[in-house]
Design a protein around this ligand. Structure first.
Ligand code: BGC
Ligand code: CA
Length: 347
């Protein structure tokens, strides 16, 4: 009995280093993959849906691959200092990859330097760091969508409708589109470029515009409602189009318009194609939006993460541009394809 026991004991001891080795050494034998994700804030509608998709994709891959895949999502609560600490904590717990939805996208260098020192790859997403910071390390990546393209597509929705029936947009018939603009956060690449390119697309189509007002509502529905209330009081029926940098603010503007009980309702366009946004197109309260492919971005983040954790070449699973970037295209959404987009969102 004693001999059997010591033989088992010895076997366990001999095997232990092998087991330890296989989980840290040979990359292809990894059986637990740890992905750390920190969000600028968890209650952002678009970011939350991207994160949901990421967790779903990880679950599917877990079932398929037989590996355990941990996706640990933490909330940066709009604090860069907190987010930096969260990254430190992922590093100290040896995560395979760290995904960062940067609070302050102009200060990514701090995080890049931390993960570089720890030799852990980092994937920034949705909030684009300056290129200089991404290029600080060859294992730093960005997954996102081309902000200018989304603005362009939003402007085209209005330009097309105008070309078809000018009076449906230019309600007062003065040959110009009177508009207001709800902007996202001040420093966000999407806010800056959407604001610029949406109007460029309209004027580029030879249509004259007149800006009545332009304000920041930080991507948030309630702030959108507050600004729109003020504008409705000030400009009333003069507002023909409400350009919104995202759907949540568009839904906020729609809340205000509904509340005001006006007969003539301004035309509202958004960006994201969240479920709420697409449903608003279906019920006629929103004119159009632009599909910001959360699932496509989540898939690229996951594929990159999986490649890093298993020692594969990331360029084989995603289309990398300039060695560091994955760009997921936008799509225009109107009543014509609202159902198609909705079924993508609900699947
Ligand atoms: C989305 C917004 C979101 C923001 C957060 C943008 O790409 O369109 O809805 O609030 O990202 O960073
Ligand atoms: Ca007009």
């Amino acid at each position: 009995m004693k001999r059997v026991f010591s033989a088992v004991f010895a076997a366990v001891f001999l095997l232990l280093p092998l087991v330890a080795c296989s989980s840290s050494g040979g990359k292809d034998k990894v059986d637990t993959i740890k992905i750390g994700v920190t969000l600028y804030r968890k209650d952002d509608t678009f970011v939350a849906s991207l994160c949901n998709d990421l967790e779903k994709i990880a679950k599917q891959m877990e079932a398929k691959s037989g590996k355990k895949i941990v996706v640990n999502v933490v909330d940066g609560q709009s604090s860069q200092a907190l987010q930096n600490d969260q990254v430190d904590s992922f590093i100290s717990r040896h995560y395979d990859v760290i995904c960062v939805n940067e609070v302050d996208r102009t200060s990514a260098a701090v995080i890049v330097n931390k993960v570089k020192a720890a030799d852990i790859p980092v994937i920034f997403f949705n909030r684009e760091p300056v290129e200089e910071d991404i290029r600080l390390w060859d294992r730093a990546y960005y997954v996102g969508a081309d902000a200018a393209q989304s603005g362009q597509l939003q402007g085209e929705i209005i330009a097309k409708a105008y070309a078809k029936d000018p009076a449906s947009i230019d309600r007062n018939g003065d040959g110009k589109i009177q508009y207001v603009m709800l902007e996202g956060e001040q420093e966000h690449q999407d806010a800056l470029l959407r604001t610029e390119y949406s109007i460029k697309a309209v004027t580029g189509a030879g249509i004259k515009v007149e800006k009545l007002a332009d304000e920041i509502a930080n991507w948030q529905r309630a702030q959108g409602t507050a600004k729109m209330n003020q504008w409705l009081t000030k400009y009333g029926d003069r507002i023909e189009v409400v350009f919104c940098n995202n759907d949540d603010m568009a839904l906020g503007a729609i809340d205000a318009i509904k509340e005001s009980k006006r007969k003539v309702k301004p035309i509202v366009v958004g960006i994201d194609a969240t479920e709420g946004g697409v449903n608003a197109i279906k019920d006629g309260s929103m004119f159009g939006t632009v599909y910001n492919d959360a699932r496509g971005q989540a898939k690229a983040i996951f594929d990159l993460s999986y490649a890093f954790a298993t020692g594969e070449d990331p360029a084989k699973t995603v289309k990398l541009q300039g060695g560091h970037y994955v760009w997921v295209p936008y799509r225009m959404v109107t009543i014509q394809n609202a159902d198609d987009i909705l079924s993508i969102l609900q699947n």
